[in-house]
Write a protein that binds this ligand. Sequence first.
Ligand SMILES: [Zn+2]
Length: 300
Amino acid sequence: MLITGKEMLDVAKANKFAVPAFNAGSGQLLTAIMESAEEKQAPFIMAIHPSELKFLRDSFVAQVIYECNHSRIPIAIHLDHGASIEQVIHAIQLGFTSVMIDSSHLPFEENIKVTQEVVKIAHSVGVSVEAELGTIGDTGNTVEGGVTEVIYTDPDRAAEFVSRTNIDSLAVAIGTAHGIYPKNVKPKLRLDILEKITKAVDIPLVLHGGSSNPDEEIAKAVQLGISKINISSDIKISFTEKLREILNNSNFEIREPNAIFPECINVCRKTADQKIDLFNAADKVKCFSLFDKVVAGAGL
Ligand SMILES: [Zn+2]
């Protein structure tokens, strides 16, 4: 069922797990994460970046909403890295239940101003808002992008940012980067900074660039209070590696999507399964009483 980002993340924070936010950039990847979440009984966030939305077309959101309405798994549809108020409004109109406004590249006061405006608009129609303070790194070829040098989130500023903007969740910069790290780069999360932020801020915290960080660090970040982790590259890599293998090894007659993609979906699904387990999100559907409330409210 479709729920808001706030409904999702408040439950995750209270129950000490992190919701995977999958950037499933195609219908095939959507199938993979739906099957994984159903099997694992794990709530998840369907994240769509503006560049992905442009490629997928607006009608893709209707497909995601259909899936949500026909599943007992709590799902939020989230705009990843909204860059402008126009993009946020467009997403709200399509039925997203959560939006991110990313003005983290702007000076502090301007970031607050833009975020306040988005919160006013989104909250007036019950849509949740994530914003970012500090900057996430960029390893190169991702839709999300980022900066070459990470600016760590300042815990005191985070507290001020949250109280002045009234956002529902905060993306923090603690040393992750979008994409997969080059072989010579060893990512290291500043868990000490995360600990300070969790003490200063009491809304759910979000980790971007969670692909390819060591599992132990991610698990520790979840224990410390990260409630949402974005996963984009890892599921796409599993999918495309299998796709490459099939297309390179098969005879030239292979062309039917239903012959090419099922194996790719299965491999992608395994990666989604691993992330769900790592984030302690398996079997967490039971933490949500929303479905029963909706059913009772409908007089069924
Ligand atoms: Zn991101």
